[in-house]
Design a protein around this ligand. Structure first.
Ligand SMILES: O=C(O)c1ccccc1NCC(=O)[C@H](O)[C@H](O)COP(=O)(O)O
Length: 225
């Protein structure tokens, strides 16, 4: 008999829209069934969410994919934000090590998942593989982003070919300068991303998303897995 709890296999990667700051746009993305809504809790970002929305407003957004993005933030602050904004995922976008992540997990609600960012630059595939393997016991997802001076939201892409030279024992988010033009190249990846993470290539200005462009991606242009 059909078990309604078994989800249909996804034929397309999930979508995360990161750097959200405007409630009207967030409502549109909820209606569009965007899977992950990313909020930047990093004061140096031009997309710092608390310059635009209160914790109470974020907590009232009715969505199970609310991701809080933190960069080298202290433990207490992350725990406080996770509770007050009612986050479902914590994305660690800085240099947080495995000890820090293990400690953090002791205090977070058990249903909150950790996404650890691995910044990809000119390291070898061996070095990248070691970095991934070190995360095995502490995180739920990896997010690959481009290594650059700014921590994220740069619009820069990294060499995706490196991903074909390593084993990725996690579902992963692909990020870093993803655009309507380059997204079709995921067809060349052996292990397809669980989700794609879009940001500055789908903006009018930082934090102000190009809703029509995101609709186009979500409805027509997402590549198959
Ligand atoms: O978006 C930011 O301003 C940001 C600042 C500091 C750390 C992370 C940040 N964004 C996190 C993301 O997950 C972005 O989506 C990711 O870096 C990709 O952005 P882009 O290259 O603009 O597509």
């Amino acid at each position: 008999m059909f078990n309604s709890k078994v989800q249909e296999a996804k034929t397309q990667p999930q979508l995360k829209v990161c750097g959200l700051t405007q409630l009207n746009q967030i409502r549109e993305f909820v209606t569009l069934e965007v899977d992950f809504l990313g909020f930047i809790f990093y004061e140096n970002s031009p997309r710092y969410v608390l310059n635009h929305l209160s914790l109470d407003e974020i907590s009232k957004i009715n969505h199970s994919g609310k991701v809080g993005v933190f960069v080298n933030e202290n433990l207490d602050k992350i725990i406080e934000m996770a509770e007050k904004a009612d986050l479902n995922f914590i994305q660690l976008h800085g240099d947080e090590n495995e000890e820090f992540i293990s400690e953090l997990k002791k205090y977070l609600k058990s249903e909150i998942d950790i996404i650890k960012v691995i910044r990809v630059g000119n390291q070898s595939s061996n070095e990248l593989q070691k970095k991934i393997n070190r995360q095995l016991s502490t995180v739920n997802y990896i997010l690959f982003d481009t290594d650059s001076k700014a921590f994220g939201g740069t619009g820069e892409t990294f060499n995706w070919n490196l991903l074909n030279e390593i084993e990725i024992p996690f579902p992963y988010f692909l990020s870093g300068g993803i655009s309507l033009e380059n997204i079709k190249n995921i067809e060349f990846l052996n292990q397809k991303p669980f989700a794609i993470d879009i940001n500055s290539k789908f903006e009018i200005e930082p934090g102000n998303k190009d809703v029509e462009k995101i609709k186009k991606l979500q409805i027509n242009e997402k590549p198959p897995l």
